[in-house]
Design a protein around this ligand. Sequence first.
Ligand SMILES: C[S@@+](CC[C@H](N)C(=O)[O-])C[C@H]1O[C@@H](n2cnc3c(N)ncnc32)[C@H](O)[C@@H]1O
Length: 415
Amino acid sequence: MSVGTIASESLRNEMVDRLAADHHAKGLALRPEVEAAMRTVPRELYTPGIPLEEAYENTAIITKRVGEENISSVSAPFLIAEMLGQAADALGRMEGRHVLEVGSGGYNASLLRELVGPAGSVTTVDIDPDVTDRAAACLEAAGYNDVIVVCADAEQPIEPGRRYDLIIVTAGAWDVAPAWRDQLAEDGVLVVPLRTFGMTRSWALRRSGDHLVSESHRQCGFVSVQGAGAHEVRYVDIADGVHLRLDEGQQIDPAVVADILTKPREEAWAGLSLPPRTVLADLNLWLATHLICEVQEFVVLSAQEGAVSSGIVAPSWRFGTPATLHDGTFAYRSALRWTGRLFDLGAYAHGPEAALAAGRMVEHMRAWVDAGSPSPVLHVLPAPAPDGDLPDGVVLDKRHSRLVLAFTPDEKGTR
Ligand SMILES: C[S@@+](CC[C@H](N)C(=O)[O-])C[C@H]1O[C@@H](n2cnc3c(N)ncnc32)[C@H](O)[C@@H]1O
């Protein structure tokens, strides 16, 4: 074994040890077959030109940019591990499965190849010929010659007539393309990073007829889907380095929010003690589904590091915090507050009804904790589904599908 191979193996094992610890800290378990695959596949073969140490950092490696926008990457190992874990949890056994990966980089496809073994198959599709050329070359160099690499828009069926046990989408989607559901075997699983209310979660959805129902979800971020399923994300600046992320059809007059953060700030606190490992990403979807009926606009606040460190805003998470706009008042979920005794949930608000708006948000936080901090379940039905066919929950209409997010108290998700 060469010195380079030993260095690679040792860095790879250290990375996987960190992933296992990271999973544990989140209350998850790194599945043994996912762990074994990650200890086997040399990630550096998919990141040529990048120093070996960087190939084993727990971050995405950007492989293509257009202007300011990242459009392709080799995904972050922790995210790949979580999504493969979601797939394996839902399918129970990965061996012998037939898989379609949407979005190619080569690395995830080779991990899938390890997981499904000789009796299974992996097809990977990417819309960008630069990406498929690169992925095909890397897969060949790594010895994974039997991964089928296709250049196409995955909004359309890829290998007509074929059905997959698993479709794993590795780009951020706004909707569920009908082709993804139709190419799944009955009982098959779609793992897809999907944006609802401006917040992206990787959902593991099981097919039952033309209905998909979630079995787990993870907070995540991805480069966006391109092609026919592309969906523009728009931002409105409300201060230097502070933006509101708008969903399709949302119209906000920039003049109304231009100086909103300069207005005096009111705050409200829930007075709660959060149990360890509470999944606050679930709270954010709870707030979205509960506030959307009460306010004019539900939006997502994002902020640059400088805006947070200088105190312009103090959001719960600078990459995406639930926020509302109502009658010229802006409110958002604040960073947690340590009171010496407990981590408390709170809200900040600016504008004419600031105290009321902050109080309203905090009431919903209390209600979520009182309900047992439930996780949402996502149902995906085809767009023509009549209202009467929808399960109980908050309905979100997309281009091709009707999504229903349901919170059932006492019925926790997998995390
Ligand atoms: C994060 S990268 C994929 C990472 C990869 N799975 C890996 O092994 O690390 C996302 C990819 O999705 C591709 N993509 C975006 N929209 C697509 C579409 N409609 N059909 C197929 N691929 C698409 C992009 O070109 C990009 O290369």
